[in-house]
Design a protein around this ligand. Structure first.
Ligand code: GDP
Length: 195
């Protein structure tokens, strides 16, 4: 999709604030600092629109971005935060869990892992959890420009193995610098929109 118009419709702290539309929604999840805002900005052809979180764990809202009045990108706050209180974390968890498991408009979840390393235990748990609920998942390995091309296959195998990806589960390598992977990610999103 060639995106011109994007609008942050709502930073929701509770379900009744979610947009009252039938547009398909694609959620983005990943640990803080994994490159979620950078990926979103590349997908929507903007620089610095989706906020870049310098403070891990600060964002506590579900951010709904209206894309061309056709779909919403839903930015889910990064998991694995050290800085937030236990009570906050539990509250966050419940809202996100409910959103991901009950939202009718949700067509799929893009889960981000840092392409430079093996997925963490948090990444593995998140993937297992989404799979358990039968949610459509696309895994994206970020920051791949930091890995030499000759090592991509090995790194992709490590990620697939650690996350226990089946042969039919997709993993796309992405770089916000080179925009490698952008077209494939959009193809997956567009495929999900018409489900
Ligand atoms: P978020 O917290 O998940 O939204 O992560 P950000 O998008 O804010 O990125 C965290 C840091 O990683 C920032 O310093 C980004 O510039 C950097 N970063 C994100 N994506 C890439 C990428 O594809 N390549 C490189 N080299 N750096 C990246």
């Amino acid at each position: 999709m060639d995106v011109q118009n994007v609008d942050l419709t709502i930073s929701a702290v509770e379900a009744k604030q979610y947009p009252n539309t039938r547009f398909p929604e694609i959620a983005f999840v990943g640990r803080s600092n994994v490159g979620k805002s950078s990926l979103t900005n590349v997908l929507i052809n903007r620089k610095g629109y989706a906020r870049t979180s310098s403070q891990p764990g600060k964002t506590q809202t579900l951010n709904f971005y209206n894309i061309e009045d056709k779909l919403f990108f839903v930015d889910v706050p990064g998991y694995g935060y050290a800085k937030t209180s236990k009570a906050n974390r539990e509250k966050w968890g419940k809202m996100i869990e409910k959103y991901l498991t009950e939202r009718e408009q949700l067509r799929g979840v893009i889960t981000l892992v840092d392409g430079r390393h093996a997925p963490t235990n948090d990444d593995v748990s998140m993937h297992e959890w989404l799979k358990y609920y039968g949610i459509e998942i696309l895994t994206v390995a970020t920051k791949m420009d930091k890995i030499a091309k000759g090592k991509w296959n090995k790194q992709e195998s490590l990620i697939r193995k650690t996350l226990n990806l089946d042969a039919n589960e997709k993993l796309i390598s992405f770089s916000a610098l080179t925009k490698q992977g952008k077209t494939e990610i959009w193809q997956w999103i567009e495929g999900r929109m018409h489900q």
